[in-house]
Every structure is written in C-alpha cells, then in structure tokens.
Design a protein around this ligand. Structure first.
Ligand code: GRF
Length: 188
C-alpha cells in the first residue's frame, strides 16, 4: 500500500484529480491533506472525500512534532498541489526525493518566489510567449529548482487571457499529475 500526502493552499482541483484517479485503487491511499488556509477549497474536498485533513500555521510546519506526524503516515510521496509556502529544510531532509511539486509554467521560465497562479500566466501573456505548460519536479531547498520529472507543453493563443490560459494549463495538470504520481509509485 502506498500512502500519499497532499499539501495544498487553494481550490484543490489538482487534489481532486489525484483522488479521482486513484479512487478505485486498493494500492494507493491519500492519508492526509494538509493546508495552511482554513478556508481553502481543498479542505471541503477532504471532508467530502472522507480524507483526514490538517490545518497548519508557520509554527506547526516548522515543528519537530509535525515532521513526526508526517513520518507516522509512512508516505511514499508528499505531493505539493498548489501549496504556497516554502517547505522547511527539516521536512525536505526527512523525505529525500519523496516530495514533488507541480508548477504552471515551463521551468526555469516563470518560476521562483512570487510566481504562482495568475502571476505566472500574466507574465507569460505579457511576454508574448507562444507556448507555456507545466513542470512536475522534485522539491529541494531552493524554490522551483529541483530536478524536472515531466514537462507538458501547450500553445498560448493570440487571444488568450489569464482565464483561458489557466484553464488550458489546468487540463494539462489534471491529466499528467496523477499519471506521473502513478508512474513514480510504480517505479519506487
Ligand atoms: C496549480 O495551477 C498548480 O500548478 C499551482 O497551483 C495551482 C493549484 O490549483 N502550483 P488547484 O488548487 O489545484 O486548483
């Protein structure tokens, strides 16, 4: 049995895609959903799906007891699905090569601090890029810098706005993120 932990700060559409993908699978279970925002949509998803959840603040995420709580779930993977805080080094060191993130651009372009959500798509549109995409990567001590696991590309159209581009990117994310997780679990 693979236990996976999801960290998310927002609506949770990626978390939902992951839950849906593994719903009928007996060998993979989402053990807990962790969020730093008490009104995050992802917490409603956790409730609806009967998945335990935990709301954390900065003191909790930096505490030794939180690392122990995560360890107690024996995760094969910790998945950052739109989680906006940097993961403390103590957690990264406790789970080497087991933390992955999804970013809504073709890293290294449009990565780094402040580059999240609409900010990313806005910058892509302002620079008249003709393509964008997603990057799934390992998480290390530097923001958006770990080894790339998968990139998927899409066109940026001349009449795109932030919403149309964000929707296209979300479709890529919802397709590729669960399948990449499955691939990593099967190869581990
Ligand atoms: C996604 O676009 C992801 O790439 C980024 O945050 C967004 C989360 O969206 N890191 P959602 O909460 O999964 O809908």
């Amino acid at each position: 049995m693979h236990s996976i932990i999801i960290f998310a700060s927002g609506a949770g559409s990626n978390a939902q895609a992951i839950i849906d993908y593994f719903r009928e699978r007996k060998d993979v279970q989402v053990s807990i959903i962790v969020s730093n925002k008490k009104d995050a949509g992802v917490l409603s998803i956790a409730k609806k799906e009967n998945i335990p959840s935990s709301i954390i603040d900065k003191s909790i995420i930096n505490s030794a007891s939180f690392v122990e709580e995560l360890k107690s779930k024996k995760p094969s993977l910790i998945i950052l699905a739109g989680f906006l805080w940097r993961i403390p080094d103590t957690i990264i060191r406790a789970f080497p090569d087991k933390i992955i993130n999804i970013h809504p651009s073709l890293l290294p372009k449009y990565g780094g601090k402040g580059m999240y959500g609409a900010n990313v798509h806005n910058a892509v549109l302002n620079n008249n890029e003709t393509e964008s995409g997603i990057t799934i990567h390992n998480v290390n001590e530097v923001y958006d810098d770990g080894a790339t696991i998968l990139q998927a590309h899409c066109h940026v159209l001349a009449n795109d706005n932030i919403n149309t581009l964000a929707n296209r990117i979300h479709k890529l994310e919802h397709y590729y993120f669960p399948r990449t997780i499955d691939f990593i679990l099967k190869s581990s």
